[in-house]
Ligand binder design. Structure first.
Ligand code: NAD
Ligand code: TDX
Length: 334
């Protein structure tokens, strides 16, 4: 079986490739990745002859056509993925998330190749802190940011290509991932690497925004369950009942790294900052029999902290540029 993994040099796609090589050694994997600031070739270290990295853009129709034609399955992770970047410069999000997805869908249609689309719970907008409801597959789309609106647009393209052209596609919308090889612009690795550098963690606004955390390997095991047993044309929400507010997460990182729990700064809030995300993954669990393996956030966080301590050479080259970008956007509250 030949699998085309887009965005495989990024965080979730890279971990998907590692998991697949470990659990399905017979698979041949071609990674298509533009190697933007978020791609790291070292994320594919140690995978040997199982994996080929093709540097290229998912919006390059000729390249995509050739690679999809040679594949039995496309798993589409590639995206511009960071909300803060989408607020500073939205265009690459439209180009990659919408035009790139369109380009892949056209190739999957032409060559009748099975396609799985990776998306986010952010397409549903946000919930109040005290809302008893969580997102389900029936929740109406209501995205807030340029990032989430372009992901929502890409999901809509997939649904249309299934209905209008019979493309054999499934969609998954997952909550916030954590784990090894996540870019240090993201919340958890930013704070871990700040603390390694002796810098206080930065909490946006009041810090009470809630995210529903899932370990990246649990996300990817759910993706495999959907590829193997999911119904064509269906959407599955992926989540592991991991709701925590940001302040609690920062304090867990601080104490997990031997620091005082109150040793953090409040900084300027993100414009339009979604208040809360929460996933009801009943459909995935009941229909496909999936369940998460990482049921303790504290254990998963401890392993993640250890990974960043042991792999400084993976993230160090990106630290100064990442923090310089933030410094131009945010100030520490008095
Ligand atoms: P990431 O930013 O770490 O990785 C994205 C990868 O895509 C990078 O390797 C980058 O080089 C590549 N890429 C970007 N533009 C490209 C283009 N035009 N052509 C080819 N490659 C390109 O992102 P991530 O956090 O691993 O997210 C992967 C997917 O999962 C995205 O679709 C994202 O929307 C979705 N998702 C992420 C989370 C999360 O918590 N990180 C949660 C739910 C869903
Ligand atoms: O320094 C920070 N301080 C802080 O308080 C950063 C970087 C973030 N935050 C807050 C903002 C969010 O409430 O932490 C929370 C998580 O922030 P991000 O890591 O930027 O993630 P989020 O915006 O929730 O989006 C993530 O999950 C859904 C991924 O980046 C998306 O790709 C995915 O779709």
């Amino acid at each position: 079986m030949q699998i085309l993994v887009t965005g495989g040099a990024g965080f979730i796609g890279g971990n998907f490739v590692h998991l697949t090589v470990k659990e399905r050694p017979e698979a041949r994997i071609v990674v298509l990745d533009a190697m933007t600031y978020a791609g790291n070739e070292r994320s594919l270290d140690g995978l040997g002859e199982h994996v080929e990295l093709v540097r290229g853009d998912i919006a390059d129709a000729a390249l995509v056509d050739r690679l999809v034609a040679a594949s039995d399955l496309v798993v589409h992770f590639a995206a511009e993925s960071h909300n803060d970047n989408s607020l500073a410069e939205p265009w690459p999000f439209v180009q990659t998330n919408i035009v790139g997805t369109y380009t892949l869908l056209e190739a999957a249609r032409k060559h009748d190749v099975r396609y799985h689309h990776i998306s986010t719970d952010e397409v549903y907008g946000d919930l109040e802190l005290d809302d008893p409801e969580r997102f389900t597959e029936a929740t109406a789309y209501n995205p807030s940011s340029p990032y989430s609106s372009t992901k929502a647009g890409s999901d809509m393209l997939v649904r249309a290509w299934v209905r209008s052209f019979g493309v054999r596609a499934t969609i998954s919308n997952c909550s916030n991932n954590y784990g090894p090889r996540q870019h240090i612009e993201k919340f958890i690795p930013r704070q871990i690497t700040n603390l390694i550098d002796g810098v206080r963690p930065k909490l946006y606004g009041d810090g009470l925004n809630v995210r529903d955390w899932i370990h990246v390997d649990d996300h990817n095991s759910a993706v495999w369950a959907i590829i193997e047993r999911g119904r064509i044309g269906e959407t599955y929400l992926i989540g592991a009942d991991g709701e925590l507010d940001n302040k609690t997460v920062v304090q867990a990182i601080l104490t997990g790294m031997g620091r005082d729990a109150d040793d953090f700064d409040h900084v300027t809030d993100r414009p339009g900052h979604d208040r809360r995300y929460a996933i009801d993954s009943t459909k995935l669990r009941q229909e496909l029999g999936w369940s998460p393996r990482y049921t303790s956030f504290d254990d998963g966080l401890a392993a993640t902290i250890a990974w960043y301590r042991e792999n400084e050479s993976w993230w160090r080259p990106f630290k100064d540029a990442t923090e310089a970008k933030y410094a131009s956007q945010q100030v520490v509250a008095a």
